[in-house]
Design a protein around this ligand. Structure first.
Ligand code: DGL
Length: 255
């Protein structure tokens, strides 16, 4: 029997953007969303801490009824290379697809990237964008404010980070929390082209389902399950910012 769910995960609410767009695009597919709230924020952790945590998460998801894993987190994507050695189900990381997509939309070949400190330290975006000019900005200072919906408090940081990429015509929102700042960024700089991972991830998921013949062909109602790794997690309330209906909300122990 075919496995049923596509697992999408992030440290918190950011990846819900990706889930929202995937669930809308692929109505026949069922999804599990895992927010690793207990280990949030990822962006200030070391490479070793992140790799160890990702091993636990990927192992846990592989034990579930999961046919593919979408790492809806740039920081995790940047530290996910080792998973391919022992995880049998296909994994989609989002940095390569997002960087390649950005190169198709920039007009001046100058691309800004805002991402967490750990993502920028990994150099993954800089490597993927080595054939254009890349302004890589460590922006972990925005993440907790966004997670906690304190968007007005981000404005001084947004202004500072916009200054750091002022020659770029486009900006990769290289942390899945950052699309929640789109309106604020647009108000300050309406001509900047903002690039989020939604479109490239949708394309990458379709390619994978096509290639491996993993499409769900039943017409049953779509199921979307939400999991958090924090017992007293606030994810259910935070998730109200997104247009997603969850069938269940559960705690998932990672150890
Ligand atoms: N949303 C995550 C990303 O795309 C990370 C946020 C964090 O936990 O620091 O990198």
């Amino acid at each position: 029997m075919k496995k049923s769910y596509i697992a999408v995960f992030d440290s918190g609410v950011g990846g819900l953007h990706i889930l929202e767009s995937l669930a809308k695009e692929y109505k026949n597919e069922n999804f599990i969303y895992l927010a690793d709230e207990d280990f949030f924020p990822y962006g200030v952790k070391t490479k070793e801490q992140l790799e160890n945590r990702l091993t636990l998460i990927a192992n846990k998801l592989s034990e579930m009824d999961v046919k593919a894993i979408v790492i809806a987190c740039n920081t995790a994507s940047a530290n996910s290379h080792h998973l391919k050695e022992f995880i049998k189900i296909p994994i989609i990381e989002i940095i390569t697809a997002t960087a390649n997509y950005a190169k198709t939309v920039t007009l001046n070949n100058k691309i800004g990237v805002w991402a967490t400190n750990a993502t920028i330290s990994s150099n993954k975006y800089q490597e993927a964008l080595s054939d254009v000019v890349c302004y890589a900005v460590k922006a972990s200072d925005l993440v907790e404010l966004i997670e906690n919906n304190l968007l007005n408090e981000t404005i001084p940081f947004v202004n500072k980070h916009l200054e750091e990429i002022k020659d770029a015509d486009s900006l990769i929102l290289g942390c899945t929390h950052f699309p929640l700042l789109s309106e604020i960024i647009k108000e300050i700089n309406p001509s900047l082209l903002q690039i989020s991972s939604n479109i490239p991830v949708n394309v990458a998921v379709k390619k994978l389902l096509d290639e491996l013949d993993l499409h769900n062909d039943s017409n049953d109602l779509q199921i979307i399950k939400l999991y958090t790794t924090k017992i007293s997690g606030e994810l259910k309330d935070k998730a109200r910012r997104f247009n997603i209906t969850f069938n269940s909300v559960d705690y998932l122990e990672i150890k």
